[in-house]
Design a protein around this ligand. Structure first.
Ligand SMILES: [Zn+2]
Length: 327
């Protein structure tokens, strides 16, 4: 049975909300990619429970969480948070309040970033379209048919450039084609991963396979958040295996599951459950004990884009007190 919400309990919960929020802004200002999210979400959950969903405190946290998503390149996730924060500030503090203005400024920055991203994508799509129209490139994207266990073909993909398509139906759980290429070390992977188009498959903390050298054609399989294949890894042998029945003419798709620790790579697979990025989401499970045992802080800090950029550029280690309340 849940304990009743006595004033002492409420006080504890309020302290916890402040603590989660402060820890989140601190890690956020230090440029951490992982820890702020669950702390912001935990603070948000408590604030909504304690103050109601339309409270300015909730809007502060929404704004900061949106800033954090934007820094990670998760632009689509940031936008609804800014819009909600803006609506709360407008209602509770008025259209001309500093907080409303700061959130509006942040939303404008986000819209600019989204426009830039779309422009980049348009340019890349244009380049891809030109390549597709050029028969030489199609010939280059050859598939080593003899290596696969099913008939496959290379064709233009609705997701990205070329993809691999099944030329016959494939039952679930079948090995389709091996993923081949040059075995490269950790250092070499870092060096090669900076290229425009890379086909690197990470096997373990040391070894990766570079499918662009001596690949089977499996390296052309595109990413989707709703895949029909997966990689089956046994030591240094990797196969593409069907997850379900694949019909003739269907494109083979794999969930690449890039780490949530690296900057987000936008996904355009267009499936209903698309994550919006090729990276996986960090599991939002239990809050670690070190956070729960952290000392109670009474400072509640918000950051906005201007203060955050300043800190990242100058490399100032942002303590709680050093972060200005600009909102
Ligand atoms: Zn997707």
């Amino acid at each position: 049975m849940k304990p009743p919400h006595t004033s002492k309990n409420l006080e504890k919960l309020r302290d916890a909300a402040v603590r989660f929020h402060n820890r989140a802004t601190k890690y956020h200002a230090q440029g951490e990619a992982v820890r702020p999210e669950r702390l912001y979400l935990r603070a948000l959950q408590l604030q909504q429970m304690l103050c109601g969903p339309e409270h300015p405190e909730v809007a502060h946290t929404l704004n900061n969480l949106a800033l954090y998503y934007k820094a990670l390149g998760r632009l689509a996730e940031a936008r609804p948070l800014y819009e909600r924060a803006l609506a709360i500030f407008r209602t509770t503090q008025g259209a001309s309040h500093d907080n409303t203005a700061a959130t509006l400024f942040n939303l404008a920055e986000l819209l600019k970033a989204q426009a830039k991203e779309m422009e980049q994508r348009a340019r890349q799509t244009e380049r891809d379209a030109r390549e597709m129209a050029d028969a030489r490139h199609t010939a280059e994207a050859t598939l080593r048919q003899g290596l696969g266990r099913y008939r496959l073909r290379v064709g233009p993909s609705r997701i990205h450039r070329f993809g691999i398509f099944a030329e016959e139906s494939i039952a679930p759980g079948r090995k389709i084609i091996p993923y081949l290429g040059e075995f490269i070390s950790r250092r070499e992977r870092v060096r090669r991963s900076s290229g425009a188009r890379t086909y690197l498959l990470r096997l373990d903390s040391y070894w990766s396979i570079d499918g662009s050298t001596g690949g089977s054609g499996a390296e052309l399989i595109n990413h989707s958040c709703e895949p029909n294949c997966r990689f089956h890894v046994r030591g240094k042998s990797v196969w593409v295996v069907s997850l379900r029945k694949i019909h003739r003419g269907e494109e083979l798709l794999i969930d690449y599951k890039f780490s949530y620790r690296i900057p987000a790579v936008p996904c355009f697979c267009g499936t209903p459950t698309c994550r919006g990025m090729i990276n996986t989401r960090r599991p939002l499970n239990r809050i670690s004990r070190d956070i729960l045992l952290d000392r109670v802080s009474t400072h509640c800090v918000s950051v906005n884009e201007r203060s955050l950029n300043m800190k990242v550029k100058t490399g100032v280690k942002a303590g709680l007190k050093a972060t200005p309340i600009l909102m």
